[in-house]
Ligand binder design. Structure first.
Ligand code: F0G
Length: 472
């Protein structure tokens, strides 16, 4: 008689009770896996850049968690309540109230998305030649800071640059590095601290409450402002709840508000944590910065009560904020990312550890050790994953890092990664299994991988539109 196969639930396999998402699916969007010949043609047409693929050629889309969330039935209902008045839309006041309630800042300026807010803040708060100190860079953030005349300096702890270091708060700021810039350049030459929670480019790594508190104390001594990239702060709050002493009994909403209270303001890509497909905002406590930003918003975005969003978008966004802070939502969201990470770790596939909040980052340097960094190993790995299974991921390495504005040479970041970014409330555990198996297949075939050469390079944010060809 054949031996009885005992299926195990995922919880059993990982030695815990299973959990499930706090929602059920009401509407579905069909997806399909293109044939292998089409995958081959599509990646060639796209110049081996996953940003240039058509989404109809993609099976499981892990390019980004930005604007790709599924909205709730309440948010969709909110769209019907759009007040499309040019000025003073009721939906703006709902948004303003949600930001004040959950983030705690006084003044709110709406923008079309995160980089709109980055643009306004950079223009309002940076004098040409001043330093901006950040816990690692983000592509659009640093570019706006540089375009405003700022000089970016990285002050993240060294552990963040090491994919194998298991520090629980790898997004933390190294206060000694901040002090060193103050000593060297003088506090007056520092525009502000650009603090991100979580840190996208480091692997979605969190900042601890102790770290932001200590940073506040240091900055208060010198009168330096701290502005927060709050794009994924709800996820950051979960890590504080799980890992930091004294926070296990606090809600995500309480932790978020306390964290923000140590900062002077924040900008937001609402396309992430806030659970909408488009939108952003800037919020500050300083009346002067607010005045400047509110003046600039009418030049670049739209009137100060819509900032590039439709009234209905602002309503969905205000509701998204209330859903974002629900503990069971954020636990399921990060739990799904961790599930994928657990599978890949179990199979010994090199990924950034610990697993962060929004994505799994494959370590291309360790997966393709035979490819030098100027042959774009992460770009090549993302293309291989697409060719295997129609799964779209994103390069976060030398291509994303761009060129040094002084020398014109490539920047060579320590981290050469491929990001598998999980959209919120979109894919199921079965999709994660398919992704894990595809990564394993590509990993098993790693010895035959070849590098790429860049055949077209745009001037700004080159990773979006650059084109490549396989090395002969
Ligand atoms: N800050 C962070 C940390 C981000 O991840 C992003 C966008 C932005 C700012 C800019 O916001 O796209 O609304 O203009 N990140 C996306 C990503 C694009 O895929 O990680 P935006």
């Amino acid at each position: 008689m054949a031996e009885k196969v005992i299926p195990k639930t995922m919880g059993q396999q990982f030695g815990r009770r299973s959990w499930a998402e706090p929602w059920k699916i009401k509407m579905v969007e069909p997806i399909n896996l293109p044939k292998p010949e089409r995958l081959q043609a599509a990646i060639q047409e796209a110049g081996y850049n996953t940003f240039l693929l058509k989404s109809e050629d993609v099976y499981i889309d892990l390019l980004t968690d930005s604007g790709t969330s599924a909205m709730s039935d309440r948010q969709w209902a909110g769209l019907m309540l759009g007040d499309e008045a040019y000025a003073g839309s009721v939906n703006f006041y709902h948004l303003e109230e949600a930001v004040q309630t959950y983030y705690g800042y006084q003044y709110v300026v709406p923008t079309h998305q995160g980089r709109g807010a980055e643009h306004l803040l950079s223009k309002a708060a940076i004098q040409p030649g001043q330093f901006v100190l950040g816990n690692m860079y983000f592509t659009t953030t640093r570019l706006h800071q540089e375009l405003a005349g700022g000089v970016f300096a990285d002050v993240i702890i060294d552990a963040a640059h090491d994919p194998e270091n298991e520090h629980p708060f790898k997004g933390n700021v190294d206060l000694d590095k901040v002090q060193a810039v103050i000593d060297r350049a003088g506090a007056a030459n520092i525009a502000y601290i650009s603090l991100a929670g979580t840190v996208n480019m480091a692997g979605g790594q969190p900042v601890s409450m102790a770290n932001v508190k200590a940073l506040r104390e240091l900055c208060d001594r010198y009168g330096i402002k701290i502005y927060l990239d709050a794009t994924r702060m709800a996820e950051n709050s979960l890590f504080i709840q799980e890992r930091e002493a004294g926070y296990a009994g606090k809600s995500i909403a309480e932790i978020l508000k306390e964290f923000c209270s140590y900062t002077d303001g924040a900008w937001m890509s609402a396309k992430k944590d806030n659970l909408v497909n488009i939108g952003g905002w800037l919020a500050v406590n300083d009346a002067e910065v607010f005045d400047l930003a509110r003046n600039l918003v009418v030049v670049y975005e739209g009137l100060h009560t819509y900032g590039g969003m439709a009234g209905r978008d602002m309503e969905a966004l205000a509701i998204g904020i209330t859903e974002m802070v629900q503990d069971d939502h954020i636990r399921a969201r990060v739990g799904q990312v961790r599930y994928l990470g657990d599978l890949l770790t179990y199979w010994d596939i090199p990924i950034v550890k610990p697993v962060g909040g929004h994505a799994i980052f494959l370590d291309a340097k360790r997966i393709y050790p035979h490819l030098p960094q100027n042959q774009f190993p992460a770009q090549a790995l993302a293309a291989s994953l697409y060719l295997d299974s129609g799964i779209r991921s994103m390069e976060r390495g030398i291509v994303s890092a761009g060129r040094d504005p002084e020398t014109g040479d490539h920047r060579y970041p320590e981290l050469e990664l491929v990001r598998l970014t999980i959209p919120r409330r979109v894919y199921t555990q079965a999709h994660m299994d398919v992704v894990a198996e595809a990564v394993k297949a590509v990993y098993d075939a790693r010895a035959s991988a070849v590098g790429l050469k860049m055949v077209y390079e745009p001037k700004y944010l080159r990773f979006f539109q650059a084109r490549f060809e396989p090395m002969p």
